[in-house]
Design a protein around this ligand. Structure first.
Ligand SMILES: Cc1ncc(COP(=O)(O)O)c(C=O)c1O
Length: 381
């Protein structure tokens, strides 16, 4: 059966730069075989750290010290290590109410109590944050705020500039660290790139993480953590793996020797086509019953469907027709069955997107228990 697999966020195999990676690998091995016989240490490959510091610095317009940046086995290692370093079981943290399912899983395993703040078109509703913090009181003061500020997973929203400043002000006033997970930072389609929090402030307690999974390939398992010395040391004190994969880092440093932008922008073009196919295809096939995001970056479209959709039936019908998506409940910090689903389009062939959207639309219609017009006008109202 033909498969329409929109479940997992991955990059596009059709545009993976095979020749360029092969050439980079050959050069990196010839130049660095001696270093490969050593353990990489807690920060990791200096060349890749320099390239990533340049990537950050050029994007954000501030100086980024490569020695304040530690390479990780994907940004997921940064998510996990930071939580291990800063929390104990039973501690509270703040997140967006819908957030990355991998982080939810890691925090649950660590026994962390997640308190959610709602999200709208402009990202986390920071105006609700103060109230939430007051409600928690000193006893449950959060150990940090975990924020997906840019191309939020799953909603695709960007935190507005005003909210970015307000978030920093609130966190600083209450001395709460912010974890800014910018996993999709350079998967950018339209408009200006939203600024990272660390470039907007001198607040010391921002822990920033980013990845190569989404601009190159998750199989590389390369991401990084960037923080001021005190927090960086605290987090790296938990690291006991003798460092990340030096070979992968050496190859990617060579690949990006002249910077990340030209290759990244080239790959983003094909992703933007896919994103538009999803958004337009869904509007054509299900615009009367669904609302969807039209993100300016990232790998996901967030889809709202009528409350009367029987979600178990939707999952069954779509699986029978080879269509797979990620259900909204996976991203809700309490696992609530919210009437949303997430479509990951990065790796899906264009034809599968074209043919897939009408299938999803038909499944949604068949899974409804009424014919009434949906009770919403937008993605978040
Ligand atoms: C928001 C967010 N953070 C972190 C990760 C982990 O990515 P990786 O470990 O591949 O860098 C993901 C992966 O989908 C993600 O969506």
């Amino acid at each position: 059966m033909r498969r329409f697999d929109f479940a997992v966020g991955r990059t596009n195999p059709e545009t993976f730069p095979v020749d360029r990676v092969q050439r980079a690998a050959k050069t990196a091995i010839a130049n660095e075989y001696a270093e490969l016989t050593e353990y990489p240490g807690k920060l990791g490959h200096p060349g890749l750290r320099a390239v990533m510091a340049r990537r950050e610095s050029q994007r954000e317009g501030v100086e980024v010290d490569p020695d304040a940046l530690a390479l990780m086995n994907g940004s997921m290692q940064a998510v996990t290590l930071t939580a291990e370093a800063l929390t104990r079981p039973g501690d509270t943290v703040i997140c967006e109410e819908v957030t990355y399912s991998g982080t939810i899983g890691a925090y649950r395993t660590l026994g962390i109590d997640m308190v959610g703040v709602g999200v709208d078109e402009d990202g986390m509703r920071v105006e609700l944050l103060e109230e939430t913090l007051d409600g928690l009181g000193e006893a449950r003061k959060p150990k940090f705020i975990y924020a997906l500020t840019t191309y939020q997973n799953p909603t695709g929203t960007n935190l507005s500039l005003e909210r970015r400043h307000r978030l920093i002000d609130i966190a600083r006033a209450r001395d709460i660290p912010i974890i800014e997970d910018n996993c999709y930072g350079d998967v950018h389609y339209d408009g200006d790139k939203p600024p990272a929090l660390y470039g907007l402030t001198d607040y010391e307690n921002i822990i920033y993480m980013c990845s190569l999974s989404k601009i190159l390939a998750p199989g590389m398992r390369l991401g990084y953590l960037y923080a001021k010395p005190r927090l960086l040391e605290t987090i790296l004190a938990r690291r006991h793996d003798a460092g990340g994969n030096y070979l992968a880092a050496a190859v990617v440093a060579e690949l990006y020797r002249d910077g990340v932008w030209s290759l990244t922008e080239e790959l983003n073009e094909s992703l933007k086509v896919k994103k538009n196919l999803v958004v337009d295809g869904l509007a054509d096939a299900a615009g009367d019953i669904c609302a969807s995001s039209n993100p300016s970056g990232g790998l996901f479209v967030w889809v709202r469907f009528p409350d009367d959709v029987d979600q178990a039936k939707l999952a069954r019908l779509s699986a029978e027709r080879g269509f797979f998506y990620a259900s909204g409940a996976n991203f809700h910090i309490d696992g609530e069955q919210v009437p949303y689903l997430r479509l990951a389009f990065g790796h899906v062939p264009d034809d599968d997107i074209r043919d897939g959207m009408p299938i999803l639309a038909q499944c949604l219609r068949e899974a409804r228990t009424s014919n009434e017009a949906p009770a919403f006008t937008g993605l978040f109202d």
